[in-house]
Write a protein that binds this ligand. Structure first.
Ligand code: HEC
Length: 199
């Protein structure tokens, strides 16, 4: 007889019972916290450090795992791509992510999690940027652009993001001014129709 055994109860039964009990207590405690409304979902109050760390880790690992099979086009440096991306970026992204020489918008100041200022550069690969833009990010304000934009246009934006950290305000302004005029115009260009669902 060792210190774990009781008459008639085998050691592994005792351990299983303790595990089940701990799970029940944890689930009961978590449901109590949720039903009491104890967790503050307000966007003007930051998460605690462990929750913030956990959410970032989940986001980073999720995007990295899913971007692994994304095939990066070889012409990302093509100035035509970058120019189209500039027009799309100023129209669709700068309201939240800002741009060189741009004042902080009201929406950018109210977001939580904050939208990163993409002109400062991002430590993720082009494939990961593509995935995040196409699919968006749950529980944040980052929308999925895939339902309304085909892969070609999304890669144009990635091409532009690669250049963005090197742009001065004047350079940015000039690029946006010279970008193809209409978003619609690009969407209707030959070969741009339809969504060729690659992840
Ligand atoms: C309504 C606000 C909003 C708009 C518009 C928006 N984003 Fe975001 N974006 C966010 C927020 C908020 C995050 C941060 C999400 C997080 O931290 O989990 C984010 C994150 C990202 C990331 C980073 C993902 C990572 O792993 O760090 C990229 C890249 C990105 N957005 C690109 C874009 C592009 C390109 C556009 C325009 C097509 C765009 N976003 C439009 C709010 C927005």
């Amino acid at each position: 007889m060792n210190r774990w055994s009781f008459p008639g109860i085998r050691r592994h039964w005792l351990i299983s019972a303790i595990v089940v009990l701990v799970v029940i207590v944890v689930v009961a405690f978590a449901s109590m916290i949720i039903s009491m409304g104890a967790y503050n979902v307000a966007a003007d109050e930051p998460h605690s450090k462990p929750v913030y760390w956990l959410m970032q880790a989940v986001r980073n690992r999720s995007i990295a795992a899913r971007a692994r099979n994304v095939v990066v086009p070889s012409d990302l440096g093509d100035p035509k791509r970058v120019s189209q991306g500039a027009g799309l970026y100023s129209e669709m992204c700068s309201g939240c992510h800002l741009a060189p020489g741009m004042e902080k918008t009201e929406i950018s100041q109210g977001l939580y999690p904050r939208a990163p200022e993409l002109s400062r550069g991002l430590a993720i690969s082009p494939a990961e940027k593509f995935w995040a833009i196409k699919h968006g990010i749950k529980m944040s304000a980052m929308p999925a652009w895939g339902p309304t934009h085909n892969d070609t246009l999304i890669w144009d934006m990635v091409a532009f993001l690669q250049k963005l950290p090197t742009l001065t305000p004047a350079h940015y302004k000039a690029m946006v001014k010279n970008a193809p005029e209409e978003h619609e115009e690009m969407m209707n260009m030959p070969g741009m129709k339809g969504n060729d669902h690659h992840d």
